[in-house]
Design a protein around this ligand. Sequence first.
Ligand SMILES: Nc1nc2c(ncn2[C@@H]2O[C@H](COP(=O)(O)OP(=O)(O)OP(=O)(O)O)[C@@H](O)[C@H]2O)c(=O)[nH]1
Ligand SMILES: [Mg+2]
Length: 398
Amino acid sequence: MIERTKISGNEEERAILIGVCSRGMTFEQSKEYLDELAFLTETAGAKAVRSFIQKLDKPINSTYIGSGKIEEVKQALEEANANMVIVDDDLSPSQIRNLDKELEVKVLDRSSLILHIFSERAQTAQARTQVDLAQYQYLLPRLTGMWTHLSRQKGGIGLKGAGEKEIETDRRIIRERISHLRKQLVKIDRQEETRRKNRSNFARVALVGYTNVGKSTIMNVITKANVLAENKLFATLDTTVRKVSLSGIPFLLSDTVGFIRKLPHHLIESFKSTLAETQESDILIHVVDSSHPNFEDQIRNVNETLKELEITSQRVLTVFNKIDLLDEDSRAHVENSWMTKDHQPAVCISARNKENLDDFRQILTDLLVEVYQEKSHGSPHPFLQQYQYYQMTDDATE
Ligand SMILES: Nc1nc2c(ncn2[C@@H]2O[C@H](COP(=O)(O)OP(=O)(O)OP(=O)(O)O)[C@@H](O)[C@H]2O)c(=O)[nH]1
Ligand SMILES: [Mg+2]
């Protein structure tokens, strides 16, 4: 039977990372992608000791990289005393089988690494169920190809399984588990929906963005909540909702799971229910790490993921965070090129140094006034009374 394994703790996991620089990609880009994979690897509790990039039109069908590169990796495994290989793309069952045979160490692909991190971090029943579902769905088509691979794993990152003759039984059990988890999710979703309906009077604001950009830090700064914020990918998995008020206007602010390039499809599907809160929001705050060399790629990636999740909002406030890390030129670039784009509201802040937060609060307040005015079709909204009082006393922020 397939079971989830914890990072063993007995044996240090030392990984070699491999990426392919395909046609249309620059070498610089592939290097940055591998840096992100190294960050994911460390978040999962393993150490990234070496990395390899091969320039190819596209990954090789049978073994992902060419035979010469495989030899180099083999040698590096020995030299660096490494015990696993992590690949920056998703592997087919036969690629996993062939690489496993050649390299004789555990081989993980990008999706299984992300799924592992999610499974370690899921806290609530909802997140747990979603991750379990995604893991079983990922595993089902790969079972036949993976049995040698799985049997090699004695713990650590990934999933472990049994021998070939048990695969059919495993497959049946997994199908039953998937169907059971789906039913459970429907039940949890229904309870959540009722909870959301009970709060439906309030405007909803959701923090969205790439992972590690500072969403939870902003949540904490605005709400004085105590949400976990740390320099790790996917520190947040469960949606946290807090009632906040700005200049006397109450609203609900939610902090959600961060996105990443090539998020496994099953994970996106199963996380739809966690993101239901975001789907119903009146204002999206798209947080960007303006100090990241690839922040423009990240913006595009987040917009694509939002589209895939059918999360749209008429009001999007883009927040360029971490400006404390920018030099003058980079800051001017963000302010002059990005901030004036599309006539969408945008603001530069440092959540850590509490820089420019008043501007941020003011823009958000203006958007909230718009939302409530729309909700009451132009007549005075009860939630804006307090705000009008604030305006009269000339005390614009709380
Ligand atoms: N220098 C700097 N660091 C910041 C700023 N805001 C957040 N950080 C740091 O960035 C890291 C990630 O912050 P989080 O708030 O956990 O980011 P997140 O977007 O919630 O991340 P996930 O939940 O993992 O998706 C932490 O180490 C924060 O201290 C900022 O304005 N400046
Ligand atoms: Mg977070």
